[in-house]
Design a protein around this ligand. Structure first.
Ligand SMILES: C[C@](O)(CO)[C@H](O)COP(=O)(O)OP(=O)(O)OC[C@H]1O[C@@H](n2ccc(N)nc2=O)[C@H](O)[C@@H]1O
Ligand SMILES: Nc1ncnc2c1ncn2[C@@H]1O[C@H](COP(=O)(O)OP(=O)(O)OP(=O)(O)O)[C@@H](O)[C@H]1O
Length: 285
């Protein structure tokens, strides 16, 4: 791999809570959630070309390139660039896939934001959020790049800077398809809409958690284990679970004792995505 590549962050998120407030006619669900961005994730590098090709130099095992959200994002943006605009893309995948921490969605958002700059498309953040929504409900929040309350299907934002807590994020290695959870007849769908001002961790919940725990005992076991140490909850539709700590050393101590059957990492919450900071820096260079 060429050593002069510039790497761009593609961070993870946690849903600190997730309320389902209704179901829309198109089958999608209206949500309320607090999206907490983390300081760690995957990395992407881009090399613009003039051959109109989108070439993923690091394919993901099990994901055909045409289904990869990175390639889809680049293709979606291509009509806004010069006719011959293409690029080579490298992905350094570090986040567990399908774990409710938004890896693929974040990759898509990083692609939209960085190529918007490299290809000089000059689309506004709002326009990129709208494009992102065509790729998935979790993409706009990563384009937005701030820790934020979200409603709608996850595209309406009220920014909500949070104390920079430390999170132990653990994954039981169970793959849960988001669509399966949202179509489940036993999913609660009528949580009353809450005023953002009333948010506390304790007076909120993840409406998918009980259902997922009922059908996936490994998720229930992991959550039960973490709750012995700190306030803990599932993120998104699972399968990852997080525990909240005031300091890093406590989180690392618990990570050290995590049973071998689970994978985990410790990350700090951030209020602004490091991707946005790096893009700002590029503008001033
Ligand atoms: C649950 C969250 O992870 C919270 O962050 C997201 O809302 C899910 O976002 P995502 O993974 O980007 O999901 P998408 O790829 O857009 O949707 C997958 C499937 O989940 C269902 N879905 C998703 C989001 C939503 N608000 N309502 C839904 O009913 C739809 O059946 C959709 O076909
Ligand atoms: N670049 C990508 N990185 C990861 N997964 C991808 C990517 N492109 C497509 N996918 C597909 O998307 C699926 C979900 O991956 P992802 O890591 O985004 O899940 P997630 O963390 O549950 O996301 P979310 O929290 O948005 O629901 C994967 O199993 C894979 O098939």
């Amino acid at each position: 791999m060429a050593s002069e590549l510039t790497w761009w962050p593609s961070v993870a998120k946690l849903n600190l809570f997730l309320h389902i407030t209704g179901r829309r006619e198109d089958g999608y669900h209206n949500l309320q959630s607090l999206f907490q961005l983390l300081d760690c994730g995957d990395r992407l590098a881009f090399e613009p070309t003039e051959d109109h090709q989108i070439a993923l130099m690091t394919p993901l095992v099990g994901v055909p390139d045409e289904d990869n959200l990175i390639v889809k994002a680049a293709r979606l943006l291509q009509p806004f660039a010069a006719d011959n605009a293409g690029c080579k893309i490298w992905l350094d995948k570090r986040l567990p896939m399908g774990g409710g921490i938004g890896g693929g969605s974040s990759n898509a958002a990083t692609t939209l934001l960085v190529l918007n700059s490299l290809w000089q498309c000059n689309l506004s953040l709002q326009k990129l959020e709208q494009l992102g929504l065509q790729l998935g409900a979790d993409v706009p929040v990563f384009v937005h790049g701030r820790t934020t309350f979200a409603s709608g299907v996850g595209e309406q934002f009220v920014d909500a800077p949070q104390p920079q807590h430390w999170f132990l994020v653990a994954t039981p290695g169970v793959h849960i398809a988001t669509a399966d959870i949202f179509r489940h007849p036993e999913l609660p769908r009528q949580t009353p809409v809450m005023n953002w001002q009333d948010y506390t961790f304790d007076n909120t919940t993840n409406d998918c958690q009980e259902l997922v725990c009922r059908y996936h005992p490994k998720v229930a076991k992991l959550l039960h284990w973490l709750l012995e140490y700190a306030p803990s909850r599932m993120t998104g539709t699972g399968s990852s679970v997080f525990a909240v700590f005031a300091d890093q050393s406590q989180a690392l101590k618990v990570l050290d004792t995590l049973p071998d059957e689970f994978m985990g990492f410790v990350a700090q919450g951030v209020n602004i995505s490091p991707l946005h900071s790096q893009l700002e820096q590029r503008k001033t260079d």
